[in-house]
Design a protein around this ligand. Structure first.
Ligand code: CDP
Length: 559
């Protein structure tokens, strides 16, 4: 049932002493289904349903759920956001909280925007402030140490607003590639900044405490600096603050300042969110002509109940996290295996048809998930902060303030043996460095099946795939090369198109890297950033092929 790669990953971190994958899925199903009992539901039936969708690899929850369900401290959420205020006590309190969250298997996002800039006077001591970037290094060092005892390596996101006086230092800090390896960095971009860039105006950097203008900088110079750094190193990403906050379902509770580590989940201070993903490669209709939407609907409904139950069965690492999470009951159901689905349906990822399908799928999933959340609300009540939420004057009571998120699915897609999230295939054959150095090699089974079915799997083609991870230099027909095009062969605008199409119908955000060929210029990166903003994305991250020394995914299997 499970691939060799999946077994390697499961054995390394997920399975307990003597546990088989089947037992793991039972452990998770039973533990989560227990919530049905206190909501007056049928626990046994729910348990069987959860087991079936997980063991059938149709749906998997995020890693912390698979790892921790059934433990004494069953912390099952992947995503957290913590507030960082401008005092030493607050900064170190939050660091302690982050350490506890990492220890439990969660990732943390922070905004450092409230911290006073470097060189600012500190009134009590007459000393000079060291600025947000200096505290980033402290957080990074702490993460490095805690990671040894944690179930997995701690991951962090730091956001700094584009109008913070230390923004240039933040944008360029990772030029030194030895620092902040436990952090992803994103600049918090405002509409005002994008307008200043478009009009080539100067832009005010303001003191976060006093609101006074510290300096004026040409907006475009700042934007080009971000593009140049992202071109060089893949960072910073952009996080579009105003776009994100326009979609805030509970504005009466606060604003979004940062997302979780991989950017797919903007959260209010202390909120956590549990994610889960439907494997689209398992949703192809029997005639192979499209999706089996009835089946997809069934899986989505069960997945929503599952994730809502996780909230009740969860162990929360901090009282503030319990309080914030239980107030909004956000869940994040997403997809993986999208690239596999396109290949199975013989559609190129870089095509209008594929982009429309991405939008259709997410529109369907969000609508079905919302309906299920409304059904749950009818039985269990809406989320407590429902009064004052956007739902109060629109669709009425729902159990969860958000229902959909598209996660990277870095590990669960390996377990499900499908392509990750909404990413195209990175290579048709690849070796992966995972879990601290092991190399896993494989040739993509969807690709093999596609070629085999059409009688195209010649020795030459197989050899090309193994050597280059691509069919680019083979004699295969143009259409076949389009269908099997890898991430760097697909034009960047198609990456943005999928990101935007998915975002349009996703409550939270979408994790996706816009992969760029090595030869693009920093100006191309700037254009991608603008395009992502204009098309309504909540954030964007680029990666230029070969720009980092050690890549997570290496194209081609070493021959
Ligand atoms: O596939 P899996 O459930 O393991 O995780 P993912 O979809 O790749 O990542 C989802 C989220 O889990 C990330 O955005 C982080 O919030 C968190 N994460 C983490 O904290 N530490 C990691 N090493 C990987 C992911």
């Amino acid at each position: 049932m499970l691939s060799g790669e999946a077994m390697t990953v499961l054995n390394a971190r997920y399975l307990r002493e003597g546990e088989t994958p089947e037992k793991m899925f039972w452990r998770v199903a039973e533990y989560v289904a227990e919530a049905e009992a206190f909501h007056g539901g049928d626990k046994q039936a729910a348990c069987q349903e959860y087991y079936d969708i997980m063991a059938g690899l149709e749906f998997l929850p995020n890693s912390p759920t698979l790892m921790n369900a059934g433990r004494k401290q069953a912390q099952m959420a992947a995503c957290f956001v913590l507030p960082v205020d401008d005092s030493l006590g607050d900064i170190f309190d939050t660091l302690k909280h982050a350490a506890l969250i990492h220890q439990s298997g969660g990732g943390t996002g922070f905004s450092f925007s409230r911290i006073r800039p470097k060189g600012d006077r500190i009134s009590g001591t007459n000393g000079l402030a060291s600025g947000p970037v200096s505290f980033l290094h402290v957080y990074d060092a702490a993460t490095e140490v805690v990671r040894q005892g944690a179930v997995r390596r701690g991951a962090n996101m730091a956001v700094l607003r584009v109008d913070h006086p230390d923004i240039e230092e933040f944008i360029t800090v990772k030029r030194d590639r030895t620092v902040l390896n436990n952090f992803n960095l994103s600049v918090g971009i405002t509409d005002a900044f994008m307008a200043a860039v478009a009009q080539d105006r100067s832009f005010a950097l303001v003191h976060p405490r006093t609101g006074r203008t510290v300096r004026q900088v040409p907006a475009r110079r700042l934007f080009d600096l971000m593009a140049a750094m992202a071109w060089e190193n893949g960072e910073p990403g952009l996080f579009f603050l105003d776009t994100v906050n326009r979609a805030n379902p509970t504005p009466h509770l606060g604003i979004f300042e940062a997302p979780n580590p991989c950017s797919e989940q903007p959260l209010l201070a202390y909120e956590s969110c549990v994610l889960g993903s439907v494997n689209l490669a398992k949703m192809v209709a029997a005639d192979g002509q499209g999706l089996d939407y009835d089946r997809l609907s069934g899986v989505v409904r069960r997945a929503v109940r599952f994730l809502d139950n996780v909230i009740d069965r969860n162990w929360y690492p901090l009282p503030a996290v319990a309080e914030a999470t239980l107030r909004t009951r956000k869940i994040g159901l997403g997809i993986m295996g999208l690239a596999d689905l396109f290949i199975m349906l013989d559609i190129p990822y870089g095509s209008k048809q594929a982009v429309l399908l991405t939008a259709d799928i997410m529109r369907f999933i969000t609508a079905e998930a919302r309906r299920e959340s409304a059904r749950l609300a009818a039985k269990r009540g809406p989320f407590p902060a429902y009064p004052g939420s956007i739902y109060e004057h629109s669709i009425g009571p729902v159990r969860n303030a958000t229902v959909t998120t598209i996660a990277p699915t870095g590990t669960i897609s390996i377990i499900a043996n499908c392509s990750s999230g909404i990413e195209p295939l990175f290579a048709l054959a690849f070796s992966r460095h995972v879990l601290g150095g092991q190399v896993l090699a494989s040739i993509n089974p969807t690709v093999l099946a596609y070629l085999d079915k059409r009688g195209l799997l010649t020795a030459d083609v197989e050899e090309a795939i193994k050597r280059q991870g691509s069919v680019r230099n083979t004699g295969l027909a143009y259409h076949v090369k389009q269908v099997l095009a890898t991430a760097h062969e697909i034009r960047p605008v198609w990456h943005v198109a999928h990101l935007a199409a998915a975002q349009r119908y996703t409550d939270n955000a979408v994790s996706k890297t816009v992969n760029l060929p090595h030869k693009v210029t920093p100006q191309d990166v700037a254009r991608i950033f603008s395009l992502a903003y204009r098309s309504g994305c909540k954030g964007v991250t680029v990666y230029r092929d070969g720009s980092r020394n050690q890549q997570v995914l290496v194209q081609g299997v070493a021959a």
